[in-house]
Ligand binder design. Sequence first.
Ligand code: EPZ
Length: 420
Amino acid sequence: MDIIRIIGGRPLNGAVHINGAKNSALKLMAAALLSDEPLILKNMPDLADTRFMAHLLAHLGVDIIDEGAATTRFCAGALTSSEAPYDLVRKMRATFNVLGPLLARRGQARVSLPGGCAIGARPVDLHLKALGALGADITLDEGYATAVAPKGLHGAHISFPFVSVGATEHTMLAAVLAHGQTILDNAAREPEITDLAACLNAMGAHIEGAGTDRIVIDGVTALHGATHEVVPDRIEAGTYALAVAATGGRVIIENCRPAHLNALWGPMREAGINITEQDGSVIVERTNGTLEAIDIETRAFPGFPTDLQAQFMALMACARGTSIIRETIFENRFMHAPELARLGANITVHGHEAVVRGVDELHGAPVMATDLRASVSLVIAGLVAQGETQISRIYHLDRGFEGLENKLAALGADIRRIKA
Ligand code: EPZ
């Protein structure tokens, strides 16, 4: 297996380009199932996860053409299957989101249930309840969810007991073709939700309120083709911002939407980092040596994103003072803490809370990636650490960060992938 080798201690300087958002692209790809006309997605990231989703779509009969320049054409003209088998679902949970569109388009679907993952159990009960409220008859057997709606789906008033990005998206993906009106209360407000609504509306759907906690969907009988540009990846942008904050230097983060990261800029500014928001880019600068410890708590958007918690922890590992980091979204999302400790960080985890006592210096060591965001937090710590850090199991990184080591090397980091 490939590893990443970093010699730390160099500041980052220059400009970095942000790709389209993985977590938006995956749901937009599922949206392609809803029409027999082509959906053309621009600003598509090229990631292990999007390739995996493409495999599943191809299995279902979707014709996929890479048109170059980060543009992919998906045409679900003639679907050949309504079944998503275990092997094409188990590696990536977002694949489960094909259940709703398949059901809406074909009246039936059978999709393997995703398992738990490194960050928690991650059940799909809210997805299934919402599809049930739309009229699906769902049975669970042999690890599969089988859903039928012989008379089609109908609108419903669904009030989510807590905010779920995936359940909100999944319900939208089914309700657009349901008969009548669907109202989603306590809906997730993430930029990826707004992006999905914009794409579905471009395909002829009637969705209002995306980005607020009440989404109203008036079902239509069919969707048509469209061209849509994937929203920039706020987590990738935030990750580079935190990397510069950790190493020092000055980097312009291009092709991003700074307003999507307000929950990050606040704590970063308090920690002593200069952030200059511009139209479509942000400049992150740390010139002086001091970095103050700041407490954060992860929350659904517009709160601090759980997908930046590990990276923020890497930054706080070398801050002055003690930072308390509370994870409220996932039950087991501190697996990076012991690995960061191998690099010299002083972190104690108590349930949902990590106490990070800043140290003067991190030092290189061999470490192991456990999930996507955890692995990039090890990269950030490795960029700061004195000496050599070797990160194994980096296939996690390839799931969500396109060209990570090339982008960081272009900013001045001493980082390289060593092929097995
Ligand atoms: C999405 O996951 C993202 N994944 C995650 O990114 C992200 O961390 C998360 O949203 C929160 O922002 C994709 O978009 C592919 P949720 P999702 O439903 O939709 C519980 C990354 O690193 N829950 O908002 O699965 C759940 O267990 C990934 O890119 C239920 O109990 O997140 C969690 O505790 C990791 N039942 C909480 O809700 C359900 O039916 C929020 O999960 C659904 C969720």
